[in-house]
Design a protein around this ligand. Structure first.
Ligand code: FMN
Length: 197
């Protein structure tokens, strides 16, 4: 296989593109679409988002040290893109996209009601890396939409049709190829026949 070698760049795809909600604590709320987001630690649960200082949301993040990560879905694709190409300096994205503000439990920033999962976060440290500053944050709470609970009360996130962002394109998730650990799982054995007496 012949691979072209390119200069260093960002090519870690696919990714989720999330809608991050923020507030200035003085009545102004905003949403910024972020693809440079990630889980960084299981215990304690921690995430990161990387944001350019030029964004309107940046000052809010710095001031309050709080944000909510709202997962996106196929239904939210248009709003996800819009919140990533329009600035809160010029438009009220909640109003324009008819998104519902829901009060969060621990942070001042509102959650987005239409999102299947909202993750409340408090910034622990900011790393001024270069073009983007990385906000390393503790997860304070996860809110999951009951509409995606199955009969066994198990959350079926994939039924919400999560949005995938890959190399400049929004995609839906495809068919399931297996579940966690399936590669090493023992094949279903036939039940043993009872021993003859
Ligand atoms: C799919 C997508 C992903 C994006 N990811 C990031 C990101 O990770 N960090 C960032 O600073 N901006 C990112 N942006 C750009 C901001 O969302 C965009 O500049 C937005 O208008 C900023 O809003 P604000 O000025 O209201 O804060 C992304 C945009 C899109 C469409």
């Amino acid at each position: 296989m012949a691979k072209q070698t390119w200069k260093p760049g960002n090519m870690l795809y696919p990714l989720p593109a999330v809608m991050v909600s923020v507030t200035d604590g003085m009545g102004n709320d905003n949403i910024i679409t972020v693809a440079w987001a990630g889980t960084v630690c299981t215990n304690p649960p921690m995430v990161s988002i990387s944001v350019r200082p030029s964004r309107y949301s940046y000052e809010m993040l710095r001031r309050t040290g709080e944000f909510v990560i709202n997962l996106t879905t196929e239904k939210l694709a248009f709003a996800t893109d819009y919140c990533g190409v329009r600035s809160g300096r010029d438009v009220d994205k909640f109003a324009e996209m008819k998104l519902t503000k829901e009060k969060a439990q621990f942070v001042g920033a509102p959650m987005i009601g239409e999102s299947p999962v909202s993750i409340e976060c408090r910034v622990k440290e900011v790393f001024e890396l270069g073009s983007h500053h990385m906000f390393l944050a503790d997860v304070l709470a996860v809110h999951a939409d009951e509409a995606y609970m199955d009969k066994d009360n198990k959350f079926q996130l994939n039924n919400a049709r999560p949005l995938v962002y890959s190399h400049g394109e929004y995609l839906s998730i495809g068919k399931s190829l297996g579940t966690f650990g399936y590669s090493v799982k023992k094949k279903n054995r036939k039940p043993r026949k009872p021993a003859k007496k």
